[in-house]
Ligand binder design. Structure first.
Ligand SMILES: *Cc1c(COP(=O)(O)O)cnc(C)c1O
Length: 409
């Protein structure tokens, strides 16, 4: 028989979301009449917008004609879409041949982990999007767990808490490492400033490290002074890769479309451009994104599409405002609750000093029939915190808020 890949046995059993589903299912079974509302998972809920639906539909129709049919396309995506991403979203800070269109940012993170292989050192913000950590363990770049802790060997955890304004100490950036950085942040909702990112870029360059910048939530930024891309920062072209996605801005979580930017200046220690190997990897184990989805992406970057993106993200930001408002209520103040995020990101992050986040999760589920996400599931520095997601229908969000307003521990 084939031996199990050891890297998988290094993974701890509880991936966050299955554990949440398990507890929710147990509660639902014991309380069959409870109407549970989820403010838990970062999945979009509102329908695709008209301009984008029209473009998707038109492309499906073209595929049904002799002249309009196309099979495999360029693995890196339609040139027209790559150009549009470079000009509309990056204002020319990168060129179209540095854009690789894909089936999503999460998938690209996995492929990047494969690209850098099992020997690379890894640093993450703590708390962090679980894929950075678990994917690194799967390729063998990290793991097993350090005895008596919930930390994996091979990973530098850079705490991002209210005490440091959710920005890690640049001195913690290790040498020759992949540094995952997500802004606007999932789970904390924090957005790094230009000054902060400048210090991160400086640290990465002096340590020979590469930043994997995840800008999946950039469309939620409303403050014009906050950077939407790492490539707004001088020197980033020498030390950063950016992954991003159409999932959250236009509800393509199910349609699937994302992209990765690999600048030509970025090299390995032997001088090989990273883009060369990325290109090779992309054309070997990926066959390009869906041609239907790409026409949806193109429409999203046209004037009407950008307007609709704005409206859709405004909707979720309004939900976030409602959640923030209820968490600022007297009952939460009495618990010492501190509130962060939700103004330039679809997540609200609440800290409950002295409480365990899984206990808060259980209490909110039991008393309010609301599912949220325990911060500890995102890393040790997320302990005592809860993530509230603003992805949901307005009525459901308002109903959840009403129940939270009555929460007493
Ligand atoms: C949702 C999300 C993504 C998007 O992943 P896709 O594969 O493009 O759907 C990427 N990064 C973070 C941090 C996310 O929360």
């Amino acid at each position: 028989m084939i031996t199990r890949n050891k890297t998988f046995s290094n993974l701890t059993s509880g991936y966050l979301f299955p554990e949440i589903s398990k507890r929710r299912a147990e509660f639902a079974k014991a309380n069959p009449h409870a109407e549970i509302i989820s403010l838990g998972i970062g999945n979009t809920t509102e329908p695709l917008t008209p301009h984008i639906v029209k473009a998707l539909t038109a492309q499906v129709a073209r595929l049904g004609t002799l002249e309009g049919y196309s099979g495999y396309g360029d693995e890196a995506g339609l040139l027209e879409l790559r150009e549009k991403i470079a000009t509309v979203l990056y204002k020319g800070a990168i060129s179209s041949d540095e854009v690789f269109v894909s089936d999503g940012a999460k998938c690209d993170i996995g492929r990047l982990q494969y690209l850098f292989g099992p020997k690379v050192a890894v640093a993450v913000q703590d708390p962090a999007y679980p894929v950075y950590v678990d994917g690194s363990v799967m390729v063998g770049a990290a793991g097993p767990l350090i005895e008596g802790t919930t930390n994996y060997s091979g990973i530098t955890y850079m705490p991002c808490t209210p005490d440091n304004n959710f920005f890690p100490d640049p001195l913690l950036v290790p040498e020759n490492a992949l540094v995952y950085f997500c802004s606007p942040n999932n789970p904390t909702g924090a957005v790094a400033t230009k000054k902060q990112l400048t210090s991160l870029v400086k640290a990465a360059r002096s340590k020979g490290s590469i930043i994997i910048f995840d800008s999946a939530y950039s469309a939620f930024i409303r403050d014009p002074d906050l950077p939407q891309s790492i490539f707004e920062i001088d020197g980033a072209r020498e030390c950063a890769i950016e992954v991003s996605s159409f999932s959250k801005p236009i509800g393509f979580t199910g349609v699937r479309l994302g992209w990765t930017i690999v600048p030509k200046e970025l090299t390995f220690s032997d001088g090989t451009p990273v883009i060369k190997d990325w290109n090779r990897l992309f054309s070997t184990i990926f066959n390009g994104p869906s041609n239907i989805a790409q026409y949806g992406g193109l429409a999203a970057l046209q004037e009407q599409g950008l307007l609709e993106t704005r409206e859709l993200t405004d909707y979720y930001l309004e939900n976030a405002r409602e959640i923030r408002k209820v968490l600022l209520g007297d009952n939460f103040i009495a618990m010492g609750t501190e509130i962060f995020g939700g103004d330039n990101a679809p997540y609200v992050w609440a800290r409950f000093p002295g409480k365990k986040s899984w206990d808060m999760f259980d209490a909110i589920l039991k008393k309010c029939h609301v599912v949220c996400t325990p911060g500890a599931g995102f890393g040790p520095a997320g302990e005592s915190c809860i993530r509230f997601s603003s992805f949901g229908h307005r009525e459901q969000i308002l109903e959840a808020c009403e129940r939270l307003a009555g929460l007493q521990l």
